[in-house]
Structure formats: C-alpha cells, structure tokens
Design a binder for this molecule. Structure first.
Ligand code: B3K
Ligand code: ZN
Length: 883
C-alpha cells in the first residue's frame, strides 16, 4: 500500500465495536503451506454499538474457504470477502454463530506476524494486528472472548502442541500419523493475546506453588539439546512470580505457564496468555555463550512478560492509543523487580542511560510523539521508547509524588476495579486520584504532551540571611503537531550537600518529608533557611523526572556531589555532567587545558580509591564516559561525528593515563578465579575489570592489546571473552584480525554468539567498516530474513557506529536505505525499525544532512512501500520539525 493511501487512525474517532464475540472455537490443522483454520464465533450485537451496522471482520492476506451463519453456508451474495475483510451486510440483531474457514501458508509468511515457521516449528505473533492473518475477526483489543483451541499436526513434524490457557485433552487422529491437542483459556482476552505453537522442542520445567497454595506447572520449551540453557530463565520466572505476589499482591491464574523460545522473532518476546513466545536471545544462556548483560536482559524480559499477565492481560487496553497503559506500567514493574533483585542505584543508572539514549533521542527527532499518541498510520511503529520507557517514568513520577503507600493502594484499586476489562489511561489515573483525593489532571498532561522538558536551575546563597534560594524555570521545545507547550508537573527530589560531606540542617516548606518539591509552573523559586555555609544542591535525585537539566554549578561543586552525595544516582550524574562538559568543549574547540582534565581525573582517581572496591558495578559506571551518541545529542545541531569521536578518544586516553596505576591494580586483582556466576555482585566485578581494560587500552594501546589477547585466551566466560575482543577491535592490525577470525570460527554454530561478533565488527569506527559489513552479509550465518541477524549486523552499524554510519560521503546512509528497501519486501516491521536510525539526521552538519535527506527521499520514492516504512519515512522527512 502506498503511504498516501494508508488511512490515519485517530483516538478521537474511537467508538465501541458494533458486535461482540463471546467465545471462539478455533480448529487449526497445521500444514507447512496449507494450514486450515476453522473459527466458530459465538457473537451478538454490542448494546453500546450502532444498531444498523453491517458486520465487518478484519483480515490480512486471507484466503476464505467458506462462511456459515448459525450452521447455514452463506451464498456469495450474502457476504463480501477480500483478503483484508469479510463483510456481512445483513448480520442478525440477536446472538448468532458464525463459522469461518480460511487457508493460510505459514511457510510463506516472512513478516513474522500471524502464523509462521521458525526453524521448522510453527508459532504465532498476533500483537498488534496479527490475528487477522489467521482468521477473519474483530481484531481489536476491546473485544474480549473465551478461546478454545484445537491444534492438529503431523506427529513427527510437531510432537509438541501448545495453546493458551489449560490443556484439556490430546490424542492421535486415527490412522493418519497426525495428532491433536485441545487447550481452553477461561479468561476472556483480546485476539492479540492468542498464541499457538507446534514443533519439535525440548523442555525444562518445575512446579510453582502460588500464595494461595495452588500448584502451577512452569515449562520452557527450546530447541532440543539446548535445555540446560533455559535454566536461568526458568529460575527468573519463578522469582518473578514470587515477587509479583509480594510487591503487588498479584497471583497467577492458570494451571500451567509455558514459554517457547523461537529464533525468528520481530521483537523481544510476547505475553500471550499462559503461552509466552520469546526471541531465543532472551531465554537461552550459558556462561560460554551469554554475557552478564544477556543474563540481566533475560531476567528482565521474563519478568516483563510474566507481569503482563496482570498489567496487560487481566486488564488490557481499550484501543491501541492506550498502549502505554500496559507497556509503560509493565516496564515500571520489571524495573522495580530488577532493582530489588540486583543493585537499585546501578539499575537506575542503567534505566536512565537507556531512557536518554533512546527516548530523549526520539523526543528530539521528527518521530517525537506523546506517551499516548493521538493518531497513527501503522500501530507497530508506536512500540517505541516513548511509550515504553517514558511511560514507565510517568508511573515512577506518580509514585514519587503520592508516596509508596498511596501508590500501592492505587494499584490495588486499579487491579480490582478494572480486572477483566479493556481500560484507558484515565481509568489508571483515576484509581490514584480516588485513593488520594488529589486532582491529578495536571499530572496527566505527561501522557498528552510530547517533547522533553528542559528545567533550568539557578542558585543564590545569601550569607547574611543564611538563606539559599533555587530558581526553577521550565520549557518544552515544540514537537510535531504540538507547537505550543504547557508547563508540566515535575517532581524534583532534592537535598543540599555540604562541601565536606557534613549534614546540612536547612529547612524549606516547599519540600515535603520525602524530599519532593513539585514544580508545576513555568517558573518557581524555593528558599531554604538556616543554611550556614554555601551548599551544593543535589537535584532530581534518582532522576526523579524525565527532563533535561541545566544547572549553573561549576565543575568543582559538581565533583563535591561525586564525593559526598548520599544519592548514588547523582554521584554518577555529577561525574557524567563534568565529563560531558569536557567532551563537548574538546569536540568543539579541539583541545582542553591540562588543568581541567587534571581536576576531573584526580576526582576520578580519589573516587576509585575510596569506592571502587566496595561497589565495583557502580565504579564501572562512573568511569564510563558518555557515549558518542550522548555527545551528539548534547551538542544538538551541526554535529560532526568525527570531531565527537576524536574528543572522546582523547579524553579516554588522558583519563586512562592519569588513573593508570589504579586501573592496572583492579585489572590484576579482580580476575575471576572461581566458577562463573551471573549474579549482580560477580557481574559488577567483571564490569569494573573490563572498564579498567578499556581505559588502560585507551592510554596505552600496546599494553592494552597484550592484556586483551591474554584475556581472550584465558577467559572462562563470554562476558570476559567478548570484552577482550571488543577492546581488540579498537586496535587495528593483524592481531585484531586474527582474533576476530578465531572467534568467528569457534562460535560458527552459535547464532546468538555470531550476532555479538557481527555487532563488534559493525561498530569498528574506521574507514573500511562499511565494506566489512557488506562482506559479513555474505557470511553463511547471515540472513536478511532473520531479525536478530539483521539487527546485530546492520542495526548495530547504523545505531552504534556514529562515525561510519554518518560518513561524510553519505555511503553509510545509502547502504542503510538499500537494506531497508530489500528488507521491506520480506519483513516491513524489521525494515521500519532499521529506518529509525535516520532519526538523528537533522542534527548533523550540512553535508551529512544533505546526504541523509537524499537517502530518505530515495526510500520515499520507491513504489509499493509497506505502511510501516512509508509511515516512518514520511514522518522523518516532514518539514518544520524542531529538535
Ligand atoms: N507486547 C509485546 C510487543 C508487541 C509488539 C508488536 N509489534 C512485547 C512486550 O512489550 O512485552
Ligand atoms: Zn510489554
């Protein structure tokens, strides 16, 4: 479909469905190319719908075989069927049963939406609008039905048959070599939560006893032979279930909970009721193949999908505009889980790094949109950092403003009141307004207004009066469709810190007992009294609001926070802010005075002396400079990625030289001696050690190369091996090439490790990388049809390699454009995702900007673009966007 013809769907046009589907019986006869689906739908007119409306069911590439109403086959005159819809003009005005038979070809399904095949197995993906690729249906989230699914398949081809809900029966289909299984899900659900799986799969399992004493069979299905790699995921599932009972009082509600790992999947995982389907990258882990970060991601995503059982499945979304209702809330819940299971401050820093790298970037790009968008052409393009990550920040701010207890009471009320319904953002906010008696309408503006607010703070100390005043102003830059902005309700968690770390006994009646000042006007001031010496303000502790902060403090005062603040997030932030100042001036001016770098380096050295041992994971974060992409965002316009890269390399070198003794000390003493364990403490030690290796190498590449080569040989786990290889990729020469080749050979049968190998090579910031990436596309493991491969090679090149993707000659852009067009023919969702790498194009300097625009136009002009790509390309090019 051409871009121009894709209709815009608007929130304001929402109206209830004219018909309801109370129950669905689905009979699916799996076959590689001719799968037969018979759907028996028990339907009735919706009392809140229109009384004269025709029945229009959604479809997508469907081939209709027959349709019957209350058992009577309809003649061709009684309905109209095209691949995208099935219309019955004269539908009954009382309850009726509609039986629809369709045929689909799962092997030809390269979009990975609906029923498709992965590694020979059958699986499904229905969110957002994939169920209509299986059968004609009212494929919208506010139509909730009880499903019974009968799955039939060749016994050899698919010995395992799984569906939503609980297993009912199974057995052979006489004399045919086929067998069947029936599943029943008693919980009414929208079609996007439907799933089935058929295939040859290995299994790990355990029993979980819920808080009320019910036994649930937990199982994870993976490629046969890889069962032991699912143990960590199974353990994470059990911990998630226990945590949701404790933290939110949420109990699981079926007799079984199944997870299936597949190797072709468009995103991370999917929360289908009782049958989660996962990208195998987020299930499979062994010390030999997965890094500490992989383990952390597995834990978080297993938790996320499990938590959806309440925030998403029991309470679902009325329409897709409400996506943040389930996604933002569930991200918040998984973040809380990971923080409880690991180190809260370290996890918070990781969350904020992601938020800034992805959501702030999106918000300053032509793709900026509100957490609850008001219109879309393609809903799959709205599974964004804004909906997910900023959506989670809104929930976090709400908790900060009303406090832990009221937050829990509000959540309880929301779960109780909305259980079994398709709800809206208003339902969610109302629960908290009702338990607290507060008017949250100003706060709710966070869902409507896009763009990242900027808060500027100026400080005034009056020695004579012993008062300390903070003047706050806020503004939000215009974004697509929103030229004028309103002030936001911003919770500022703050405190004062003295220069020597001694407590500051100051009072301010605008700051509540939890240290929160609610800043909700364009400008406001607060004054502390009883301030006996000049303090340093610690603002937005724990990153209490998703805003950009401009602060008028000199570097020396910020470094007081690194040393003395009791808020770990702000200690880290202080070092980052100083580093960013150094990096941006180095990038603009090309040089930096020795004493500026010296002061920062010595603050880092004393930080390391004092804190690295006791909290290595935190120390590693403090020692990691903002990324090149962070720098580009900070600079904001006329960015020259080469200058940015040079500046960062230079500062790493100088800090590495200044702190060399400490780095070497930790590098030597932190070597992993015992057997590998993925726990946060051990992972923290590895991350500090590898951060030291990185800085040592920046200071002295020759020495670094020797350390890295030795580490590559002696490593007992993927974290250390990959870190060593990553350091080697920064040092051109034969040693690097040999190490890359050997690594590739060692893991040639491990696609998920080959992905890491692709990523490292795609990120090499040197001329020649584009050729290398093109060469790797010929590697036997690479396939344009597999999203993990494409993202790890091409996505990494475009998103991680600032200098080479943004080459001054435009070759990086042209390359990405050509891949987007090729991928679009197979898998539009994947193509659209890749295309979002262009979202930074307007902040580049002129030559690059022109090349990027040309590449985008070349995509725009191509006939028959998918709706996914057409939507992203046209929004990326729309004129008059501000950053
Ligand atoms: N709900 C799914 C995402 C579906 C994406 C559809 N394009 C996974 C998740 O957020 O948990
Ligand atoms: Zn989710």
């Amino acid at each position: 479909m051409r871009t121009e013809t894709a209709p815009i769907v608007r929130l304001e046009d929402y109206r209830p469905s004219d018909f309801l589907i109370d129950s669905v019986e689905l009979d699916v006869k799996l076959h590689p190319t001719e799968t037969r689906v018979t759907a028996t739908l028990v339907m009735r007119p919706n009392p809140t719908g229109r009384s004269d409306a025709p029945l229009v069911l959604d479809g997508d590439e469907l081939n209709l075989k027959s349709v019957a109403l209350d058992g009577r086959i309809l003649s061709d005159e009684e309905f109209e069927a095209v691949p995208q819809s099935l219309t019955i003009p004269q539908a009954p005005r009382q309850p009726f049963t509609l039986t629809v038979e369709t045929e689909i070809n799962p092997t030809a399904n390269t979009k990975l939406m609906g029923l498709y095949r992965s590694g020979g197995n059958y699986c499904t993906q229905c969110e957002a609008e994939g169920f209509r690729r299986i059968t004609y249906f009212l494929d919208r989230p506010d139509v909730l039905s009880v499903y019974t699914t009968r799955i039939e398949a060749d016994r050899d081809e698919a010995p395992v048959l799984l569906g939503n809900g609980n297993p009912v029966e199974n057995g052979p289909v006489d004399g045919s070599g086929r067998h069947y299984a029936v599943w029943h899900d008693p919980h009414p659900k929208p079609s996007y939560l439907f799933a089935l799986v058929g295939g040859r799969l290995g299994r790990v399992s355990k029993t979980f006893t819920t808080m009320s004493g019910r036994d649930v069979d937990l199982a994870i299905y993976v490629e046969p032979g890889k069962e032991d790699r699912a143990d960590y995921a199974l353990d994470a599932l059990e911990r998630s279930m226990r945590w949701d009972e404790k933290a939110f009082g949420r109990e699981y509600d079926l007799d079984v909970f199944n997870i299936v790992a597949v190797s072709d999947f468009n995103m991370g995982a999917m929360e289908n009721k009782g049958l989660n389907i996962f990208n195998d990258k987020y299930v499979l882990a062994s010390p030999e193949t997965a890094t500490d970060m992989d383990y952390a991601h597995i834990e978080a995503i297993i938790a996320h999908e499990y938590f959806h059982n309440w925030s998403g499945n029991r309470i679902t979304c009325r329409d897709w505009f409400q996506l943040c209702l389930k996604e933002g809330l569930t991200v918040f819940r998984d973040q809380e889980f990971s923080s409880d299971e690991r180190s809260r401050p370290v996890h918070r820093i990781a969350e904020v790094k992601t938020l800034r790298a992805r959501q702030f970037l999106e918000d300053s790009s032509p793709l900026s949109h509100p957490v609850r968008p008001t219109q879309y052409r393609e809903i799959n393009n709205f599974y964004t950092a804004t909906v997910y990550e900023k959506g989670a920040e809104i929930v976090r701010m709400l908790k900060t403003i009303i406090g832990d207890e009221d937050f829990r009471r509000g959540m309880d009320l929301y779960f109780e009141r909305c259980d079994g319904t398709a709800a809206t953002v208003e339902d969610f906010v109302n629960a908290f307004a009702d338990v607290t008696g507060r008017d949250l309408s100003h706060f709710a503006r966070w869902y409507e207004q896009s763009g990242t607010p900027r808060v500027t703070v100026k400080s005034h100390y009056d020695v004579a009066a012993q008062t300390y005043r903070l003047d706050f102003t806020q503004s939000t830059p215009p974004t697509p469709g929103q030229a004028k902005k309103e002030p936001m309700a911003i919770p500022v968690v703050l405190g004062l810190v003295s220069h020597d770390g001694s407590p500051v006994n100051a009072a301010c009646d605008r700051v509540n007992e939890r240290g929160v000042f609610l800043f909700d006007k364009p400008a406001d001031s607060i004054t502390f009294t009883g301030v006996t010496s000049l303090p340093v303000p610690s603002l937005f502790r724990g990153f209490s609001a998703p805003v950009r902060i401009s602060l008028d403090l000199p570097n020396e005062e910020l470094l007081v926070l690194l040393r003395h603040d009791r808020d770990a997030f702000n200690r880290w932030q202080a070092a980052q802010t100083v580093a960013m100042r150094l990096l941006t001036s180095l990038s603009k001016e090309g040089s930096l005075a020795d004493d500026t770098v010296g002061a920062f380096s010595s603050a880092l050295c004393s930080f390391i002396d004092r804190d690295a041992e006791s909290d290595p994971a935190f120390a590693a974060l403090v020692m990691t400079l903002p990324s090149e992409a962070d720098m580009a965002q900070e600079i904001g316009n006329d960015v020259n990625p080469d200058a940015v890269h040079r500046a960062r390399t230079e500062l790493r070198r100088r800090i590495g030289q200044a702190c060399r003794k400490r780095m070497q000390h930790f590098y030597e003493t932190l070597a992993d001696l015992g057997p590998y364990s993925p726990d946060a403490a051990s992972a923290g030690r590895r991350s500090l050690r590898n951060a030291c290796l990185d800085l040592l190498t920046a200071a002295d590449p020759q020495a670094g190369e020797a350390f890295a080569l030795a580490q590559l040989d002696s490593a007992t786990n993927m974290t250390d091996r990959l870190a060593a290889l990553s350091v080697l990729t920064t040092i051109p020469g034969p040693a690097r090439e040999e190490a890359i080749t050997r690594f590739g050979e060692r893991y040639r049968n491990e696609p998920l490790v080959i992905d890491k190998w692709f990523t490292l090579q795609a990120a090499i910031p040197e001329d020649g990388t584009l050729e290398r990436v093109k060469g790797l596309m010929e590697h036997p493991a690479f396939s344009l049809g597999n999203p993990n491969r494409v993202r790890s090679l091409i996505g990494s090149f475009a998103m991680l390699n600032q200098v080479q993707f943004n080459r001054a000659d435009g070759a990086g852009y042209q390359f990405l454009a050509s891949i987007v067009l090729r991928t679009d023919e197979l898998n539009p969702q994947l193509a659209a995702r890749l295309l979002t790498a262009f979202s930074t194009w307007r902040m580049m300097e002129n030559t690059r900007r022109e090349h990027a625009e040309k590449a985008l136009r070349s995509i725009e002009q191509k006939p028959n673009l998918s709706r996914d790509v057409g939507d992203i390309v046209s929004r990326s090019l729309e004129a008059g966007q501000s950053k």
